[in-house]
Design a binder for this molecule. Structure first.
Ligand SMILES: NC(=O)c1ccc[n+]([C@@H]2O[C@H](COP(=O)([O-])OP(=O)(O)OC[C@H]3O[C@@H](n4cnc5c(N)ncnc54)[C@H](O)[C@@H]3O)[C@@H](O)[C@H]2O)c1
Ligand SMILES: [Zn+2]
Length: 360
């Protein structure tokens, strides 16, 4: 088992990763001083697979655990579902000290985290991520949120967990599309921050895709450590943390214009590839670096180009980029890379270049 310490003053916590560690959660919670009740929030799919093991582990260490499940999928990340969860928590007579455990992917992590942050003005929260995306990205950094209307993650709060437990073995039941979805964030993290890690991924991508435990463990540990480093330097995204949005300025727009038929990971992959094109056209990035990143994107089962969007859809992508929530002044802020591991933030991208890349 590997431990990564996320140092955030009184909000500090550990990420523990490794294979077969789900049964240890009960003892770790006891060690952290929790006792009595515990609530596991999960989705229907993950419940069938892993809630039993977690419940058993908690019972073994004297916890009386209640499992609450919601249907799987992004559609549950709403205030309405949060409202239902508050009722369920009240039924169980949870107390201020009762930990809520989020067992599942990023949807459950964001939703249960939001509920934990707001119920009784905040109860202890533990992340038990079971998708690659959640283990390398969403369970780290304390962003919790629900969607509202058409806008994703618009109602939320920063709320750090007390502990993150990422059991690599849970990834073995993950469908291939979910693997690719998470791998997009892994590639992003390596591309913006760490050339050595990027080369490692080039060496091991196929092993990772065949769920080799050792490789996946290395990948989760490295990605989690890199993201934690950024979060430690900028907990609330007032500066450096913005670099994690590489690929996301265009990616978010592509995702939205596709009516979310293109998942987040593939959309970010398209975003990385197009944002690299922008950097190349501006003469800031060597074409060979872009080719290398595209190569890894494709080997992870992800797209490196816009699908057959109509001109109208491309116009809409352009429009959304102009209104990106990270816009400052009147130019959209882009995270671009000069070379793998060498990242910068710029507001100097000419709208004409964005247009050329989208329609090119
Ligand atoms: N908070 C953050 O910083 C942050 C960062 C990135 C993404 N997110 C959010 O994360 C969400 C996406 O997360 P996700 O991709 O994990 O989606 P998800 O939670 O919907 O999980 C994807 C699917 O995999 C299933 N699943 C989960 N674990 C499984 C397992 N071990 N075996 C088999 N199936 C399993 C789920 O039931 C679901 O159907 C989005 O809502 C996004 O906004 C948040
Ligand atoms: Zn993302």
């Amino acid at each position: 088992m590997k431990k990564i310490l996320v140092k955030l003053g009184k909000n500090s916590y550990e990420i523990r990763t490794g294979p077969g560690i789900l049964p240890l959660v009960g003892s770790w919670l006891k060690e952290k001083g929790f006792s009595g009740k515990a609530v596991i929030i999960t989705d229907a799919t993950v419940k069938k697979l892993y809630a039993g093991v977690l419940e058993h582990s908690l019972a073994r260490y004297g916890f009386s655990a209640t499992v609450i499940d919601v249907p799987a999928g992004e559609a549950q990340k709403t205030l309405e579902t949060a409202g239902k969860l508050y009722y369920k928590l009240a039924e169980v007579f949870t107390e201020r000290t009762t930990p809520i455990l989020a067992l599942g992917g990023g949807v459950i992590g964001d939703l249960a985290g939001f509920v934990a942050a707001t119920y009784m003005r905040g109860v202890p929260f533990v992340q038990v991520p079971t998708t690659l995306l959640a283990q390398v990205d969403s369970s780290i950094g304390g962003k919790t949120a629900v969607d509202h209307g058409q806008i994703k993650n618009i109602v939320g709060v920063f709320y750090q967990p007390a502990l993150v437990v990422a059991d690599i073995d849970t990834l073995k039941t993950l469908p291939a599309v979910e693997f690719s979805n998470g791998m997009a964030e892994v590639i992003k993290t390596a591309a913006i921050l760490d050339m050595g890690f990027f080369s490692y991924l080039e060496e091991k991508m196929e092993k990772a895709a065949s769920f080799d435990t050792e490789v996946l463990n290395d990948i989760v540990v490295k990605s989690a450590a890199l993201k934690s480093d950024v979060v430690m330097k900028d907990e609330k995204e007032s500066g450096l943390r913005v670099i994690l949005n590489y690929g996301h300025t265009i990616g978010h727009a592509v995702e939205a214009v596709s009516d979310f038929r293109i998942k987040h990971g593939p959309a970010v992959a398209i975003g990385m590839s197009l944002e690299n094109k922008i950097a190349c056209r501006m003469g800031l990035m060597d074409e060979r670096e872009a080719v290398r990143i595209n190569g890894l994107i494709k080997r992870a089962g992800l797209p490196a180009e816009l699908p057959d969007f109509t001109d109208g859809q491309r116009e809409k992508v352009l429009e959304l980029i102009k209104h990106d929530k990270k816009v400052t002044g009147n130019r959209t802020r882009f995270v671009l890379i000069r070379s793998i591991g060498n990242t910068f933030i710029t507001e100097k991208v000419e709208p004409e270049i964005i247009r050329e890349v989208l329609f090119g």
